[in-house]
Design a protein around this ligand. Sequence first.
Ligand code: FMN
Length: 403
Amino acid sequence: MLSTLIYRSHICDDVPLKEIEEMVASANKKNELFDVTGILLFNGTHFFQLLEGPEKAVSNIYDRIYEDSRHHNIVELMRDYAPERRFGNLGMELFDLREHDRDSVLRAVLSKGTSTYQLTYDDRALGFLRTFVEATEKETYYEIPLPGHWVFARDDDAAVKTAEVPDESADCRFAFQPVVDPFAREIVALEALIRSPEGGLSEHYLANLPPERLYEVDLSSKAQAFAMAKRLDIGEQTLTVNLLPMSLVMVPNAVERLLQGIQDGGLVPEQIIVEFTEKQVISRLDEFGAAIRQMKAAGISLGIDDFGAGFAGLQLLTRFQPDRIKINRSIISDVHRSGPRQAIVHAIIRCCTSLEIGLTASGVEKPEEWMWLEAAGISTFQGFLFAEPVLNGIPPVAWPDNK
Ligand code: FMN
């Protein structure tokens, strides 16, 4: 099947254009061998390449291009399928945008097209091409430092802080994971994640409960989380707990019981964020809304977890505006090299900024993901890059240091 791949990248400072011309000559031969065609645009700082050909061949060539040290900040913009090639003449042709005047440059690029149909603007690939030529999106090209620019170091004297569990007979435990602001070097919140007594993950723990006990156990477990937070002496630190949305609806006096647990743990409602994941369907929205109002009136903040992972996120936002949103790992993962993910994150940031909703990126594992997200305007993060959750304890944070 004929596939199309488009990316953009930034040329490395020390690469002479002559070297690129030589590279193009040999790439041309290689592409021809694999039946891949395309065009490479260069504007003095950035490349924009469109590759067309059999799916596997295009993918293999792109993998090699991605590893090429002559460019960096490589962002894949599009992978799609097409009935015929747009630029089918050569294995690869270099087009230097600087050699043409502003008004005619797009026409000059399009004159290289080989499609029998008119190259129209409603074609996505040509949309990307035009945007690159006209440089209308340039302000969103965040140039992040190369990997290795940052080291993540734990304080020498930082250790895991653990405590005895308050009730050994309880059938759940909690692991705590910090949410951090790396530039301020501040832990902005701790999330209490439910675990089985052996440390089994929350999905398994909840999935193994009999359905008729699920909501009651979910709600009553929060008292354990608050008691554990007390033992860990979290002071005035913000604490996030997760709750199934239906636990608020199905368990009588759910909010009163939450408040009692908070008080017994020596905490105050204002330091608690209750998070609901958007993945869980809320079937009784009116009753859920009433419980939310009661929770908010008592001072507890509302968070939406796993934003972007389910199907209800945007619709949920039309009904309830939470205080905080956590973007799911599925959107965060490799965001620095994915145009679609970057566009989605930009849209979430714009939406949350308009609604004054705080935003956290969760599941951050790579320095490049963190750097791109910081550049885009997110300042709080959660993920293995900074700290892994620790059962019955609080881990130290690995803070980034500029090398
Ligand atoms: N190599 C290709 O074979 N085809 C291409 O279309 C191609 N385009 C490139 C575009 C840019 C901006 C850069 C920096 C490099 C490009 N290369 C291309 C070169 C590859 O990255 C790589 O050097 C080349 O395929 C040789 O790989 P090999 O040594 O593993 O055989």
